[in-house]
Design a protein around this ligand. Structure first.
Ligand code: AMP
Ligand code: GLY
Length: 437
């Protein structure tokens, strides 16, 4: 192992985390358990990460700055949370500088950064997904929408911070969505190309694979809760909670995801000269006709990571290092706890619309238990006092032998968190409750 040496000449692994949200806090928590002696560095860490890392005062998007910083600081492994630096080519740049980094190249990250690329790739690889057409021209897009009828889904092709998909129950809504993207530039250049696709009905599932470009291991399946309100009502958010494992993700379903989604996509990417290394996230819809892909992401999901990693018994660090060093995952095995995990996001009043920041935040000691963790997202220290700095402030993850118990513990923990305007969904995992027992 290369790396800096401490005064006692013990090799200490130096790990850089790029990103500062709840997902990155969960990555830090898990990697810190995998190697308690490692030294961690993170870009502008949130209030929960700050006590555990050396801060790097660079934006997670500052690819030039980060390459230079990592080379100077003898980093052994960089792990990238968010999609933006991946789409910008941070992995290509680190590799060129000889610094091990976990993530896909910019070419492979297009699986998330360009929905048009992802859809065409799925068509080439024969992966089941919604029927679709891509358009840059308004009149052809409108004509297609009218021909197809509602319900229908309109998406900005580029990165739109999770807000680029509009599910349209009526044709009028679909026509307005297409117009807003192609002529109103609602999503800036991300909407210069739109994907119009078939509406799929079914329950959603998030499945993560750690891939070395050829082989992959699947992580435990989870389910996100995107709507802000209980009972899945109200506008979409970045995610209000998640749970894992998911009862409907049976061995048969996971086998189908492996054989019909991950194997063909990874094979096609390799054959086309853009092998995927890193975390491939498939957002799946379990339809009457089987598993179909809603979207791919080129990174860990947030808040799914906050329930997947606490269930992982074996080392995540070993998997990430194997991939970052260009080695093979062919012999990799992952061990899981038999427990269930539920995470509840505590958000700031107004979210996902506008919300205040800088509100004093109190997390009573009893929130954190042996099996209950707080993963910070939008928090910071202002004059020594913890305060909010974002819409999704933190997530409370509980791990327990049953889903029902984990959900109860997570909810009770979330209720103890205090700041002005704090709110959370008290029903995370409600679909699973219905299936429990
Ligand atoms: P995306 O930005 O592609 O992840 O889409 C955001 C959300 O919109 C998804 O999680 C689904 O709930 C919904 N959605 C996207 N595409 C479709 C589709 N073709 N049919 C039904 N719902 C969809
Ligand atoms: N949980 C949705 C996402 O990470 O994109």
């Amino acid at each position: 192992m290369t790396g800096a040496r401490d005064p006692f000449d013990t090799p200490i692994m130096r790990i850089l985390l790029v990103g500062n949200g709840g997902r990155e806090h969960a990555l830090l928590w898990k990697l810190g358990r995998d190697d308690p002696s490692a030294a961690f560095f993170a870009t502008r860490p949130n209030g929960g990460m700050a006590p555990l890392v050396s801060p790097v005062d660079l934006s997670p998007d500052d690819v030039d700055g980060l390459v230079e910083w990592a080379a100077e600081h003898a980093i052994d492994l960089a792990v990238v949370g968010p999609e933006a630096p991946l789409a910008e080519g941070i992995v290509d740049r680190f590799r060129a500088a000889g610094i091990p980094i976990f993530g896909p190249t910019a070419a492979a990250a297009r699986i998330e950064s360009s929905k048009a690329y992802a859809k065409d790739l799925m068509a080439r690889a024969g992966v089941p997904t919604a029927e679709y057409r891509t358009f840059t021209d308004l009149s052809s897009a409108e004509a297609y929408v009218r021909e197809q009828g509602a319900p229908i889904v309109v998406k900005a092709s580029g990165l739109a911070a999770g807000k680029g998909a509009v599910v349209c129950p009526t044709m009028d809504e679909a026509v307005s969505a297409v117009r807003a993207m192609l002529s109103g530039h609602e999503f800036g250049s991300a909407g210069d190309e739109v994907v119009v696709e078939e509406f799929m009905e079914g329950e959603e599932l998030s499945v993560f694979a750690v891939a070395d470009g050829e082989h992959f291991v699947l992580l435990v399946p989870s389910q996100d809760h995107k709507r802000v309100g209980e009972g899945d009502t109200g506008p979409n958010t970045g995610g209000m909670g998640a749970y894992a494992p998911v009862g409907i993700a049976t061995d048969r379903v996971m086998g189908e995801a492996r054989a019909r989604v991950f194997e063909p996509v990874l094979r096609a990417m390799r054959e086309e000269g853009t092998p995927f290394t890193g975390l491939l996230y498939a957002g799946l819809m379990l339809t009457r006709d089987g598993v179909k892909v809603v979207e791919f992401n080129c990174r860990f999901g947030d808040p799914e990571t906050q329930v997947v990693l606490p269930l992982m018994e074996s080392s995540l660090l070993d998997l990430l290092l194997t991939v970052a060093r260009g080695e093979s995952l062919s012999d990799a095995r992952v061990r899981w706890k038999t427990d269930h995990a539920v995470t509840t996001v505590v958000a700031s009043g107004g979210y996902p619309g506008s919300y205040g920041k800088g509100k004093p935040l109190r997390i009573p000691g009893e929130v954190g238990l042996e099996n209950r963790m707080v993963f910070h997202a939008g928090t910071r220290f202002g004059q020594g006092q913890l305060e909010t700095s974002g819409g999704r402030v933190l997530a409370v993850t509980a791990v327990a032998p049953t889903h029902t118990e984990a959900a109860r513990l997570s909810r009770e923990g979330a209720a103890l968190v205090e700041f002005d305007g704090a709110f959370f969904r008290g029903d995370i995992g409600w679909r699973e409750e219905g299936r429990d027992g």
